[in-house]
Design a protein. Structure first.
Length: 75
């Protein structure tokens, strides 16, 4: 999983588009990308909690996809 956190409004969007989860930081709100697409704005003071939540969700998605692939392979 690739996570990008960039505090630059110029270079940040390009980096965020290449990541599973990307954040372009700018006070008072930061722009969040998921899978290369703009997702939503988040208040910068909630950024750490939001990133943690998104990473945990993505890990769960990846684990579920891997589990389904293993089941298909063994069938």
């Amino acid at each position: 999983m690739d996570v990008s956190v960039i505090g630059c409004k110029v270079n940040g969007p390009g980096e965020a588009k290449e990541a599973d989860i990307g954040v372009v930081g700018a006070a008072p709100r930061s722009l969040v990308y998921r899978n290369g697409e703009k997702s939503h704005l988040i208040d910068t003071d909630q950024l750490v909690d939001e990133i943690e939540t998104m990473v945990r969700q993505r890990v769960q998605e990846l684990e579920e996809a891997k589990s389904k692939e293993i089941i298909r392979s063994s069938s």
